[in-house]
Ligand binder design. Sequence first.
Ligand SMILES: NC(=O)C1=CN([C@@H]2O[C@H](COP(=O)(O)OP(=O)(O)OC[C@H]3O[C@@H](n4cnc5c(N)ncnc54)[C@H](O)[C@@H]3O)[C@@H](O)[C@H]2O)C=CC1
Ligand SMILES: O=C(O)[C@@H]1CCC=N1
Length: 269
Amino acid sequence: MGTIAVLGAGKIGEALLSGLISAGKSAEELLFTERHPERAAELTERYGIASVGVTEAAKRAEVLVVAVKPQDIEPLLAELAPLVGPGSLVVSLCAGLPTTLYERRLPDAVPVVRAMPNTPMLVGEAMSAVSPGRYATAEHVRTVEDMLRSVGKVVEVPEAQQDAVTALSGSGPAYFFYLVEAMIDAGILLGLPRAVAEQLIVQSAVGAAKMLAQGSEHPVLLREAVTSPAGTTINAIRELERHGVRAALLAAIEAARDRSVELGRAHEA
Ligand SMILES: NC(=O)C1=CN([C@@H]2O[C@H](COP(=O)(O)OP(=O)(O)OC[C@H]3O[C@@H](n4cnc5c(N)ncnc54)[C@H](O)[C@@H]3O)[C@@H](O)[C@H]2O)C=CC1
Ligand SMILES: O=C(O)[C@@H]1CCC=N1
């Protein structure tokens, strides 16, 4: 895999660097660029990883991982264009941005892989999906998959599905955090101390996630096993249905997908 440079070390850039360090990658094989010097100093202090300019990153790294906001992509691609060639490997983590954007802005035949991870990279539990661009070979995809597999699980999807992936698993952790936050509030409503409510809900989330990850039973069966006849859970389910929570989730994730498409369209020219 060689040296990996993260271009733009914000939340997802840090999650990747931190996850790779935890997975045993040495700080010497990692680099990052960051336009805010205080942020760069903070990360070097925390992980011992060198902050460099984009020229040095392109010279020293085998893999260049783009992790700036989609709105900040154009100046970065302009900087990168004279520094990369067919022997480079560019990985885009940016929501909505198609590989064709990179292929148009960078010189001919630069291999690009679009990948969508999520923040659980920080704890080695990411879900990532990868899609090769026009010039990326199976070997390039394997390199990116190996990198992302060291911080979680990976699937390959056709690039046309990446906006849906972004809405589902890229943003997905936020939906679970939101749900947990709301459930803790319910504990407060029922008069529980906040610390107790937090422990009850977080551990219930961990337990439920472990059961789901085992995959031996479908989520519907797991939910039915908690839902006793004339019991407490069915009363709660009735309220969730009455308030349209399922429809709200479908609409929310569809809206996230639409925003991903829109972020890509902003760079169509
Ligand atoms: N936050 C998340 O959970 C996920 C984010 N992503 C994608 O990752 C990208 C970054 O997202 P976040 O980390 O949340 O944003 P962020 O705003 O926390 O990080 C972006 C970083 O890039 C830096 N930056 C911008 N332009 C630069 C340049 N030309 N050179 C060097 N540094 C530059 C900024 O100073 C900032 O620290 C986005 O495209 C997003 O779609 C993908 C998956 C999950
Ligand atoms: O909210 C966003 O745009 C990014 C992409 C996926 C997760 N966070």
